[in-house]
Structure formats: C-alpha cells, structure tokens
Design a protein around this ligand. Structure first.
Ligand code: T3D
Length: 264
C-alpha cells in the first residue's frame, strides 16, 4: 500500500503536518493536495487547534509540483490554469485564511510551489542548510501559489525580480536578512524552535491572533483610512473576547495570563 502523503500529529493545542513524499522531496501530487485540503479543513473547525506547524519529511521541505506527473504525453497539452484553480489556489487561500497562526519549519529545499507554500505561512523558520528556489523559470513557468504576490511584498521589487527571473537558490540566512522569512536557525534546533513557537501560540489569545492576521492581510490593499476603520471594527471584536478580559486582569494581578482561545 502507498504511504500516506502527509502525516498529521494532533498535539496539545496545535497540529503538526509533515509532508511525506521524501523520495520526491515532498513534491505535490493530487493525493497530497487532497490530503492537505482535508487536514487544513479539519484543523480550521477544531476549536482545540490553536496553531499549525508544517514541515517536510526527509531532507527537503517541498519541491513544488511533482514533475513526473507532468511529462508531456503525445500532443496532449495540459491546462496548468486548471491545476492552479483546482489545487494550488484553493490551498493558498485556505492556508492564509486559517483562524490561527501557521508556522513553517523549512528543513531543506523549498522549491517552486513548495517555496511559496512556505512563504504564505505566518512565521517561517528555516534550517540554516535550507534554501528557497523560485524554480519555475527553469522550466518555463511563472511563480505561482502566490509567489508573484508575496515576493515583492516580502523582499522588495528588485529582489523579487531577481529571485523569479534567475531561479537561483536563496540560502536561509540570506532569506532572513532579505526579510523573506522570520528566522534561520541551526539545523539541529529547527523543530524545537518551531515547537516552542507553536506552544506559545497554543496558549495565546487565539481570536486576537487571528484578527491580527486579518488586519495585516487587509492592509496589503487598504488605504490608511480604510485600515483605520478596519482596526476599529476588529479591535471592537477583540475587546469582546474573554481573552482580552483575562489579559488585562492578569496584567493588573501581575501574573501570566491563562488564555483559552474561546470566541465568546
Ligand atoms: O503543474 C502544475 O500543476 C502547475 C504548478 C506548478 C507548481 C510548481 O511547483 S512548478 C516547479 C516544480 N518544481 C521544480 O521545478 C523543482 C524541481 N526540483 C529541483 O529543482 C531539485 O530537485 C531541487 C533544487 C529542489 C533539489 O535538488 P537536489 O539536487 O538536492 O535533489 P534532486 O536530486 O534533484 O532530487 C532528489 C529526488 O527528488 C530526485 O529523484 P531521484 O533521482 O533520487 O529518484 C528528483 O527527481 C526528485 N524530485 C525533486 N523535485 C521533484 C522531484 N521529483 C518530481 N518532481 C519534483 N518537483
């Protein structure tokens, strides 16, 4: 029987999802897309899940589309737009819309859609030996999975163009200094650092954290005026959560807050 394309480990307060096609550097095939969709859907509706950790099994994070599924057969042309509509775009939308923080622990190559899958997570930690490659131009494609959207926003216009047009590996340390990721860490401490963050998020004010995500996402297109209005609305929502009441009470009592992540 085939191995499961992803592994889901339900931990106290968060889930660890491991991409599990190590012989192909965890490249995406349809089975992996389907399994990921189910796992993200399940996590999104589980109130006890307050963070998500994504990593790759074996020596890579994810090598993007499985190209062995794309070898041209005869004259038949494949509609890659359909592939994006069916798999990659819903995946990125779902990932960015999750109502809790998502941490990527990039343990090796993150290439093609695999790089942009990682870069769409809220916090990206990468092992120092890891690299990000916008591999698309090497095979005549354009960066997808939100690559043309996140790259200029994270790294700036000049670096986005260089990364996309040259398709050279960007080592983790440089990705950090370019502002593409949160932090590069020693290989041996990647998972423990990522788990520490997830434990912190799992004990955090989940509704407030999800509202922070919404506000920052909206700021990408909002005017200052619209953003100020949105901040007012989201702050009203945050101020009505039990975690806000607890946070203030804990501050006054000079103790650590015990957040529940409950909505109301
Ligand atoms: O098609 C659509 O639906 C449109 C959407 C497209 C989204 C995309 O992601 S397009 C971009 C696809 N990805 C790539 O172009 C990256 C291809 N991989 C690489 O360039 C290199 O493998 C890496 C730079 C990531 C790593 O290089 P290296 O030298 O460390 O490893 P390797 O030897 O190339 O790979 C190890 C094995 O994984 C190897 O198999 P083997 O020879 O040991 O049996 C290799 O074939 C396999 N592998 C790596 N990437 C893929 C892959 N197999 C299938 N698809 C892959 N993407």
């Amino acid at each position: 029987m085939d191995e499961a394309p992803i592994l889901v480990d339900k931990r106290e307060g968060y889930r660890l999802i491991t991409l599990n096609r190590p012989q192909r550097l965890n490249a995406f095939n349809e089975a992996m897309h389907r399994a990921l969709k189910t796992a993200l859907d399940e996590a999104a509706i589980d109130d006890s899940c307050r963070a998500l950790l994504l990593t790759g099994g074996g020596r890579g994070f994810c090598a993007g589309q499985d190209l062995s599924d794309r070898v041209a057969s005869g004259d038949t042309k494949r509609d890659l737009g359909k592939s994006l509509d069916t798999y990659y775009n819903p995946l990125i939308r779902k990932l960015r819309g999750l109502p809790f923080p998502v941490v990527a622990a990039v343990n090796g190559f993150a290439a093609g859609a695999g790089a942009n899958f990682a870069l769409n997570c809220d916090i990206v930690l990468a092992a120092r030996s890891a690299s990000f490659v916008q591999a698309f131009a090497r095979i005549g494609l354009i960066p997808d999975s939100g690559g043309t959207w996140v790259l200029p926003r994270l790294a700036g216009a000049a670096r986005a163009r260089g990364l996309a047009l040259l398709a050279e590996p960007l080592p983790a340390d440089k990705a950090e200094s370019w502002g593409l990721i949160w932090k590069a860490v020693d290989d041996g401490s990647l998972m423990s650092e990522a788990e520490k963050l997830c434990n912190q998020f799992a004990a955090g004010p989940t509704v407030g954290l999800s509202l922070i995500k919404r506000a920052l996402d909206a700021s990408e297109t909002n005017t200052l005026d619209a953003q100020l209005d949105l901040e007012r609305d989201l702050q009203r929502e945050a101020g009505n959560t039990p975690d806000y009441a607890e946070g203030v009470r804990a501050f006054v009592d000079k103790r650590a807050p015990a957040f529940t992540g409950r909505r109301g």
